[in-house]
Design a protein. Structure first.
Length: 99
């Protein structure tokens, strides 16, 4: 069981590196990275030329936890998507490259 979990993680990292070779975020069109763990979802808008995260949101964000009851996975993912879009718009970003 442990070997299978380690193998899945290794394969996930290989897929991510393969995609990262092809996709590169610029200041005009940064990269949107979405990571889904077993319990939470995370999103970041990244400028690869400077190596800086421009905006981030997750299901652990205080903005989502403050005024909400327990949500299911889909509703939480939609809220995280809206939150990352709002934060990106505040920074003046209109287009991103999906990673």
């Amino acid at each position: 069981m442990l070997f299978k979990k380690a193998n899945n993680n290794r394969l996930r990292k290989r897929r991510h590196l393969r995609v990262r070779k092809k996709i590169f975020g610029t200041p005009g069109r940064p990269r949107l990275n979405v990571y889904r763990s077993l319990k939470h979802i995370y999103a970041q808008v990244i400028d690869d030329t400077k190596g800086v995260t421009l905006a981030s949101a997750s299901s652990l964000s205080l903005e989502l936890k403050a005024g909400s009851q327990k949500k299911n996975n889909k509703e939480t993912a939609v809220l995280v998507g809206r939150l990352i879009a709002q934060k990106a718009r505040e920074k003046g970003l209109k287009k991103v490259v999906f990673d």
